[in-house]
Design a binder for this molecule. Structure first.
Ligand SMILES: C[S@@+](CC[C@H](N)C(=O)[O-])C[C@H]1O[C@@H](n2cnc3c(N)ncnc32)[C@H](O)[C@@H]1O
Length: 205
């Protein structure tokens, strides 16, 4: 008999074509932030502590990671304002209501190095347009990585999106992560002394 998948019941977005992200949380107030690919999820935990009013949604394509993160959020007492769903962000973004998210984070994305997996890379015009659509006017997109080529690809696509503008007047590159929270890969890169490339955009008003 095939072995049962222990992560079969990982939380997913509810049925229905359009989902208002606010309906996913018990806490009814607070800006909503979205982390794409939280991995082990520690950015979300630290960010919940740094921004006590914010609500945070994660879309993690790996069911195991998503399930572990969602359970951990519950165990740490954050489940009223934080959830992680086993979703492919490329599809899940299309189901969220327009102008419903204040901040989108993509930390150290795209662990896809084989050519046949390149269609999974999120630095594509349709994916960035999906992010722009769900951001509130003035909302933020933040992307960081230690892989310069990947950040170059995000910069090219995001700078070409008519709905986005660089956060700083001199361009989208920023030196620091301003959110009071670090992702696991970011922490490791800092420990290893690797350079980190960061982009910050705002949705045009
Ligand atoms: C290299 S890991 C980085 C994890 C974490 N963000 C960090 O910085 O430590 C990239 C993560 O993105 C997830 N991911 C990749 N493509 C995704 C997609 N289309 N939707 C949701 N998650 C995705 C992967 O499963 C993985 O957990």
């Amino acid at each position: 008999m095939p072995k049962a998948n222990p992560y079969e019941n990982a939380a997913e977005l509810p049925e229905g074509e359009v989902i208002s992200p606010g309906d996913l949380f018990e806490q009814e107030h607070g800006e909503i932030e979205l982390e794409i690919g939280p991995g082990r999820g520690w950015f979300t935990v630290e960010r919940l502590e740094a921004a006590p009013e914010s609500r945070i949604l994660g879309f993690e394509i790996r069911r195991k990671s998503s399930s572990i993160v969602d359970d951990r959020l519950r165990r740490l007492g954050f489940s009223a304002r934080a959830r992680c769903m086993a979703e492919d962000a490329r599809l899940a973004l299309l189901r969220l209501t327009e102008a419903s998210i204040h901040r989108v984070y993509i930390h150290f994305p795209d662990p896809w190095w084989k050519k046949r997996h390149h269609k999974r890379i999120l630095a594509q015009p349709e994916v960035i347009a999906g992010i722009t659509r769900v951001l509130v006017p003035g909302g933020e997109l933040f992307v960081q990585s230690d892989v310069e080529d990947r950040i170059d690809a995000y910069e090219e696509v995001a700078s070409a999106d008519p709905g986005l503008e660089a956060w700083e007047t001199d361009g989208p590159r920023v030196a620091e992560n301003p959110y009071g929270a670090r992702s696991p890969r970011e922490r490791r890169a800092i420990e290893d002394g690797l350079p980190i490339y960061r982009l910050r955009y705002r949705k045009r008003r």
